[in-house]
Design a binder for this molecule. Structure first.
Ligand code: PLP
Length: 449
């Protein structure tokens, strides 16, 4: 613990604050459980930052890594190939939305986003339309923490510090219906917030390279788009000759109950980013997928300068690709998507119980991607103040009650490993319910009936 405090600088963490609390140091995992160095067991209710699919220390996934390591752990993909990356690319194309036929590997979701942005930007240059270089982003979007990804993100608290380093973008409202940006009712609005995108594209498409979006906004609080919304955006992009970039880093690989969230609406993006669940949450492999149309625009002679200038030292790492291959094989064999759908409908029923808690303002679910927004007053939707750290306090209660739950502000999350059973999901939701109850009872006082 002392050495953690002394040497490790944790991501997205105020270290002064971190050092005032006992850290949770994970030593091992098994299935949906994690164990700390003192042997205490915790349910992993957020799948280790939304990555874990088949559970921790899965023997087949572990074996895949060991077997690959016995052959070779890494050789470069810069100008050379390796077997697992070829097989994996084929598998990814097989399950991806139709039309996405080329896979550019990388190491993180943010990098996948950088790649998609650079590809879109360069694509229009190669097409002789260099003036199409701006991106459209959505309010409260999160696409990662590197400078390009932050530029197309819009979470004020994360982004304001770096403002002067970011490139210019256009921003449109996201359909966050619980707090409607236009103050309309979700039942009657008829997607009024689409109008801004429609107008923007009608007026400025000749300067716009692409629209980038999360089909379910994740980091802003698990906010699914209304049905058909993504399909409407796809049609607008097509009509205005603008690329549609769907960021499926969080939503990909079964998380929302289909292989990709785009599949719910039958949407075919021009570029798509994936990461997190690709390797089952075991190793850092991500990718950007592109259509033939985009890929072929980059083809040319050696000296034509059409090359896509991107690639990192560990791009296409064999260990990562091997474990991803095994993860996808087991997805099919164990019918993981059907399992997610089944458990998700059980979870939907169990979530109804949370309405008994006065602090629960909104419950949002897409598959096993669940956010419960806590509010000071359900009737007025008055939020808890940032300084109250309500989600963080509930997370601490969860920890005391044997579960890891990393919230997003005042939104509590339930994003378990996909192989969670109904029984385990029920046990996790019991802990979450109890933890919200204990924490908000103390805090809300007068508001509790
Ligand atoms: N895109 C989305 C939608 C995400 O949710 C995240 C991370 O949560 C990222 C990109 C960034 O991924 P990474 O943390 O692997 O860089």
């Amino acid at each position: 613990m002392d050495k953690d405090f002394r040497y490790v600088w944790h991501p997205f963490t105020q270290m002064q604050d971190y050092q005032e609390h006992e850290p949770l140091i994970v030593e091992r995992g098994e299935g949906v459980m994690l164990y700390d160095v003192d042997g205490r067991a915790y349910y992993d209710s957020v799948a280790s930052i939304w990555t874990n699919t088949l559970g921790h220390a899965h023997p087949a996934l572990t074996d895949a890594i060991i077997k690959q390591a016995q052959l070779v752990s890494h050789s470069t993909l810069l100008g050379h190939a390796n077997v697992p990356s070829i097989l994996l690319a084929e598998q990814i194309v097989d399950i991806a939305p139709e039309g996405l036929s080329h896979v550019f590997f990388c190491d993180s979701g943010a990098e996948a986003v950088e790649i998609a942005l650079k590809m879109a930007y360069q694509y229009w240059q190669l097409k002789g339309r260099p003036e199409k270089k701006r991106f459209v982003k959505f309010v409260e979007a999160y696409h990662g923490d590197t400078i390009g990804a932050v530029s197309v993100g819009a979470m004020e608290r994360f982004h304001e510090t770096y403002r002067d380093m970011l490139f210019e973008t256009f921003e449109v409202p996201y359909p966050y219906c619980y707090r409607c940006p236009l103050g309309l009712s979700p039942l009657t609005c008829a997607h009024a917030c689409m109008e801004e995108l429609k107008t923007l594209l009608a007026e400025k498409a000749d300067r716009i390279a692409g629209v980038i979006l999360e089909p379910v906004q994740g980091s802003s609080g698990i906010i699914p788009m209304p049905d058909d919304y993504l399909r409407e955006i796809e049609a607008l992009c097509k009509k205005n000759d603008v690329l549609l970039i769907v960021d499926e880093v969080a939503t990909g690989f079964g998380r929302t109950g289909e292989m990709f969230a785009s599949d719910h609406d039958g949407v075919k993006p021009d570029l798509m980013t994936i990461g997190k669940g690709l390797t089952g949450g075991y190793l850092p492999v991500a990718a950007a997928l592109a259509t033939d149309e985009i890929y072929e625009a980059f083809l040319g002679t050696y000296d034509s300068n059409k090359t896509f200038y991107h690639g990192h030292t560990f791009t296409g790492n064999q260990l990562g690709c091997a474990v991803a291959l095994e993860n996808l094989r087991l997805f099919k064999e164990e019918r993981v998507i059907e399992h997610v759908q089944d458990v998700a409908s059980y979870v939907a029923g169990r979530l109804q119980q949370f309405w008994d808690l006065p602090a629960v303002g909104d419950i949002r679910q897409k598959g096993l991607f669940v956010g419960i927004e806590l509010v000071r007053d359900r009737a007025t939707r008055e939020p808890f103040a940032f300084e109250e750290r309500i989600g963080w306090h509930v997370g601490n209660r969860c920890r005391e009650n044997g579960m890891i739950m990393r919230p997003l502000g005042s939104v509590c999350l339930f994003i378990p490993p996909l192989i969670v059973t109904k029984e385990q999901a029920g046990a996790m939701l019991d802990i979450l319910y109890r933890s919200i109850k204990e924490e908000t009872r103390e805090r809300m006082g007068g508001h509790l009936r």
